[in-house]
Design a protein around this ligand. Structure first.
Ligand SMILES: [Zn+2]
Length: 69
């Protein structure tokens, strides 16, 4: 399970029933440093939180493919 949360207002943006490494999410294409910055695993489950920005907090489109998952 992957959940997207806004790093600014903490609103949950969306979720994806699958692995964070699913190629359609594009998260694997990030550099290791970027992954460390935006991905967070919260035990005990294996949900990966993706810290991003929602459309209200977003000044410019950035990593557009993430918004609609
Ligand atoms: Zn926000």
């Amino acid at each position: 399970m992957v959940r997207y949360v806004c790093r600014h207002c903490h609103r949950q943006i969306g979720q994806f029933e699958g692995a964070w490494s699913d190629p359609q999410l594009g998260l694997q294409d990030l550099t290791a440093a970027e992954q460390q910055e935006i991905l967070e695993v919260r035990p005990p489950d294996t949900t990966v939180w993706v810290k991003t920005l929602c459309e209200r907090c977003l000044p410019v489109p950035w990593m557009e493919e993430l918004w609609y998952n």
